[in-house]
Design a protein around this ligand. Structure first.
Ligand SMILES: Cc1ncc(COP(=O)(O)O)c(C=O)c1O
Length: 413
């Protein structure tokens, strides 16, 4: 009989833009006993997680809960629930994940209008506002932190422009939630999707979302309750029901509400993980967490620069938790990544589409965002580049990063 060994995955420094290392407290929470999904103990945990999510999303929205599935499931649930076939949807695109929103809106049967910026840059909010006034869409969907290029899109004033034309604003904050402010209410964001496996340092498998009353009104107008669950036989089926059953937020919110109307079986262990992940964020404090991300970004950038490497993209809109580095001429980026992983246990990412092979993407997110990781990566990258016969000034990268840490009050405290 074939024997299968015990799993023993290696301990890695995961410095990609997600997934990242998981806090041991989160891993421990995942091993707690499973509860039934209608057990009052479990529904208590659900309610608690909802209030924790409200803090994280900086919102007073009633609805803040996770969709089961990776971040893309949250995006798809929001879009399929809010976009009726034929709706005009405006999508500003400045990287791969903007294209994903386009792809999903297309599948929802929307009339899609796109506005594109070259990868590596972002929009001035005024450009998007002008397009909103011109197109008068029902929906605007855009990415806050574009991990494919490491750019952060300012959102100021876009929500207000959406209100002028009665459009709903959907924001993919998958990579930014827990790493930089995601000010849902202040910025008038109607629906926001976060990610677990990035700045929250929880494994992939859930997508926290929040949406306000305006969004709820739209999705309820398209809601259809499953025939087998209906108690009111008189309820008419809507003309344009949400095309997905699993992702129909109208039905999902019935399960997250005191109604507790059965939908799918809740992912108990993932919810424990998410709750512990958010508890860690709130214990650290949002502002302190944002400052920690900026500190390690600074050490990393100083180190890379001291090594003579150049950063990709417009520096004025760089995401603090993703640093994109131009692969130097004559260096094989994939051989370097392989040596980092196999020789040093450090994982960094390559990129997609037009940037494939041209840049490395280094993540400093959540639990992975630590000095030991930054220093290990800088030392390892220097060694890997020297092996590729690139003359880098040996030793200076780590020293430059150490200088940043030594000067930081955050680091000394
Ligand atoms: C900005 C952004 N949006 C969406 C996604 C999709 O997330 P997932 O792979 O968890 O479905 C990612 C994942 O890398 C992302 O970085």
């Amino acid at each position: 009989m074939k024997r299968f060994e015990d799993l023993s995955p290696s301990l890695r420094s995961i410095m990609t833009p997600g997934p990242v290392e998981v806090d041991p407290r989160v891993l421990r929470a995942m091993s707690y006993p499973v509860l039934g999904q209608f057990d009052p103990q479990f529904t208590g945990i659900m309610n608690e997680t909802m209030s924790m999510l409200r803090e994280l999303f900086a919102t007073r929205n009633t609805w803040a809960y996770p969709v089961d599935g990776t971040s893309r499931s949250g995006i798809e649930a929001v879009m399929v629930s809010l976009i009726a076939p034929g709706d005009r949807v405006l999508i500003p695109i400045y990287g791969r994940f903007g294209h994903l929103l386009h792809e999903i809106a297309d599948r929802c049967g929307a009339e899609v209008h796109v506005l594109e910026r070259p990868w590596g840059s972002v929009f001035a909010p005024g450009e998007i506002q002008a397009e909103i006034r011109r197109i008068k869409p029902q929906i605007v969907a855009m990415v806050h932190g574009e991990t494919s290029t490491g750019r952060l899109q300012p959102l100021e004033g876009i929500g207000a422009a959406c209100r002028e034309v009665d459009a709903l604003l959907i924001v993919d904050a998958v990579a930014t939630l827990g790493g930089v402010p995601v000010d849902t209410d202040r910025l008038l964001l109607d629906a926001v999707i976060g990610g677990t496996q990035k700045c929250l340092s929880v494994p992939a498998g859930m997508a926290p979302i929040t949406y306000n009353d305006r969004a709820e009104q739209k999705l309820l107008s398209r809601k259809r309750v499953e025939r087998g669950l209906k108690t009111d036989a008189g309820l008419a089926d809507d003309v344009k029901p949400v095309r997905s059953n699993y992702f129909d937020l109208g039905m999902l919110q019935d399960y997250w509400s005191p109604l507790r109307l059965n939908h799918h079986t809740e992912m108990t262990s993932m919810l424990y993980a998410l709750r512990e992940g958010i508890r860690l964020v709130l214990e650290e404090g949002l502002e302190a967490r944002f400052a920690r991300h900026r500190l390690h970004e600074s050490a990393l950038v100083q180190g890379l620069t001291a090594m003579g490497l150049t950063l990709y993209g417009d520096p004025t809109c760089k995401m603090p938790m993703v640093t994109c580095v131009n692969v130097p001429e004559g260096v094989d980026g994939e051989i370097v990544r392989k040596l980092l992983l196999e020789g040093f246990g450090v994982e960094i990412a390559s990129s997609f589409g037009p940037l494939k092979g041209l840049i490395w993407r280094i993540g400093t997110m959540g639990y992975s965002c630590r000095a030991d990781n930054v220093l290990r990566l800088l030392g390892a990258l220097e060694a890997a580049l020297l092996r590729q016969a690139l003359r880098v000034p040996a030793g200076q990268a780590v020293q430059a990063a150490l200088d940043v840490y030594e000067q930081s009050i955050l680091f000394q405290s």
